[in-house]
Design a protein around this ligand. Sequence first.
Ligand code: NI
Length: 390
Amino acid sequence: MNLNIRPDVVIIQDAIINTRRDLHQHPELGFREFRTAKLVADKLTALGLEVQTEIGRTGVVGLLEGRGFGPTIALRADMDALPMQETGNPPYKSMNPGVMHACGHDGHTAMLLGAAEVLTGIKDRIHGKIKFVFQPAEEGQGGARVMIEEGVLEDVDEIYGIHLWNYQKFGTIGVKSGPILASADIINIVIEGTGGHGAAPQGTVDAIVVAAQLINILQTIVSRNTNPLESTVVTIGKIQGGSNFNIIADKVVLNGTTRAYTEENRQLIKTRLQEIVDGVAATHKAEIKLKYFEGYPPTVNNAELTQKVMTAAEKIVGTGAGLPFLSMGGEDFSYYAQKIPGCFFFVGSAPESEEPGSVPHHCSHFDIEEQALLVGCSVYVQLIEDLLIK
Ligand code: NI
């Protein structure tokens, strides 16, 4: 491994790691990041930045003005935790029962605070402005969209964001132009048939048989309708129906999710879902209602910005350590990148003793290789130095 953690980041490494541990011990759910927001605002204020609070309810923005004229670059971290009980036993274990930083957003916040500190120290050399965006509620509630509505992107030319990534080895960066994370939509299907005695199916419409056929046919959307060179997913994750072994069920409810990298595929899946639902309903004389909820759109990286991230990242992790990592997960960073050029990238954080992916995000014993915080912070600082210091 050929790591070049920046010396100006090494100087504050204890502060970065301690901030992450403090946040890990005090996780807060989306739009309720009150303590976290205060900690962030206090640190930004102590650095002498112009600080705005309560943007998008619990969001915080710090503005660093350089000495000379230049573009405004936004760096974004999300701050929210997840509703789950931590089962690991690190010395910085969550003290908030049923709430846990199981996705690494504590690290995102700590890295960005570290970058704010280092960049404040060299602000006399910066031509332009830096907006440090601390966003609430990434986990499903779309905090990014609320912050955009409240004007966080006004006058911003480019935006960058990091996700720590346990599916990648420590010491690597994952970035790629174009789509890197998928749309994440939710489907709800209610099948209504006609129940009856398990021994007398004549005259009934068995909602379980209808559900079984429907689930199988839905799998043909990905296997038969979309281009195999373009990734898509249709998952039915929950099925509920029936009451006893000898009763023909009159109702089944299915819940699932769909993923796509392009708006075209997203709409194709949506259209085919409805067509298949209608077809199966007609075939069986059942009534089937489909509700389709659009979640986060695909996250699409700007090509030029991606190149800038790769250039900065190579100075920190060396050439060849950049991987074109893709995931069918969803991210509300996508909303920023729909409005202005954006680039979202991954910083490998798999604990060194483990295989990448063996401590997955959203698992109850989630933890990261903390040295990855120094990698991410170094890439942020390097990126700004490349972009705004002439
Ligand atoms: Ni996350």
